[in-house]
Write a protein that binds this ligand. Structure first.
Ligand code: SF4
Length: 95
């Protein structure tokens, strides 16, 4: 998802007008090799050919859905479940 967000940012930024990402690479310090994907005809495909491919359209829908949920929670608040919150890695950022 993170790499897809960067892809969308590049495609929609006036600064990168006319450019289309064709390769996505995520360096992870705890892994020896980076995660690499290629974008072909709007589909994000693992460069290793192992793993699941996903369309950019699907990812954009997922992101929009999450954004709507965040907006809803921002406007109307949300219930904090203490059991879940106690183990949540975001608890220090969550108000
Ligand atoms: S602390 Fe984590 S689980 Fe609890 S409300 Fe915040 S984000 Fe959700």
């Amino acid at each position: 998802m993170q790499l897809c967000l960067y892809d969308i940012a590049v495609r929609h930024s006036p600064k990168f007008r006319g450019l289309r990402p064709v390769k996505l690479t995520l360096e992870m310090l705890e892994h020896e090799r980076p995660k690499e994907y290629v974008i072909e005809n709007g589909i994000i495909i693992p460069a290793s050919k192992r793993g699941k491919s996903i369309s950019l359209e699907e990812v954009e829908k997922m992101i929009l859905d999450i954004a709507k949920k965040i907006m809803h929670d921002y406007q109307y608040g949300y219930d904090r479940n203490t059991k879940k919150c106690d183990r949540c890695p975001y608890r220090f950022y969550c108000t």
